[in-house]
Design a protein around this ligand. Sequence first.
Ligand code: FAD
Length: 218
Amino acid sequence: MPVTETTYPILSQFLCVVEYITGMPPQPLDATPEQAENAQNRQDEVTGKKHLPKGVVLGKDGKPCRSCTSFGAWAQMAKKETTTPATISTTTPPAQATSSLQPPADCPPDVEQLGRSSWTLLHSIAATYPEKPSPQQQTDTRQFLQLFGKMYPCWVCADDFREYMAKGNEPKVSNRAEFARWMCEAHNAVNVKLGKEKFDCNRWDERWRTGWKDGRCG
Ligand SMILES: Cc1cc2nc3c(=O)[nH]c(=O)nc-3n(C[C@H](O)[C@H](O)[C@H](O)COP(=O)(O)OP(=O)(O)OC[C@H]3O[C@@H](n4cnc5c(N)ncnc54)[C@H](O)[C@@H]3O)c2cc1C
């Protein structure tokens, strides 16, 4: 018997009030994921708000930010939009790596693909940084990192990266080894934030400059 159909008048009235306040009929305690999803969709229609899947991050324009969101969460949202009319939630969850799903190679990057490509660029810049940089090269590198921190397309990542540099972790650029170590530690700070393992910075050279000692990188 559906939970709203009860022979007890007081309980019926209570359930009507619940429905009036929440905009959603009371749900059985053992609702299937499909029932829960349908109920959420009905509530979204009533409240005019869109329930964004976990991990979808809004941009500063209030619209979902693709480069701040994992492909899995993005695809889930897109799937939902084909079944319910779109309105936007005002909440902004932190950027998270929530999925191992990959966007097809010719699609805009998600937060993870963008991150991997960006770290490849940053570590490669460090790998080709001079052992004895001129004062101008050092200034250029500091400026590049500041601008990178302003322009990085995942704004929550960019905000945290700028904050990291501002709070006692200014880029160290006086020579290649120092710059490489700084980059490795900056990357590890993000790894820790995302709950990933730290990379052993003593192996940075092999990973990003010389190739592994077993010769597999040619
Ligand atoms: C500046 C910046 C800030 C970011 N902030 C966020 C954020 O706030 N939230 C979010 O969800 N994502 C963020 N990202 C993306 C995130 O760091 C990852 O790139 C993404 O989650 C994909 O992770 P991955 O496990 O594939 O490997 P990645 O972390 O992208 O690493 C790529 C490769 O680099 C090597 N590596 C790993 N750690 C290190 C290290 N410490 N030093 C040297 N090499 C290393 C490994 O071989 C690894 O396979 C950020 C990226 C950048 C560039």
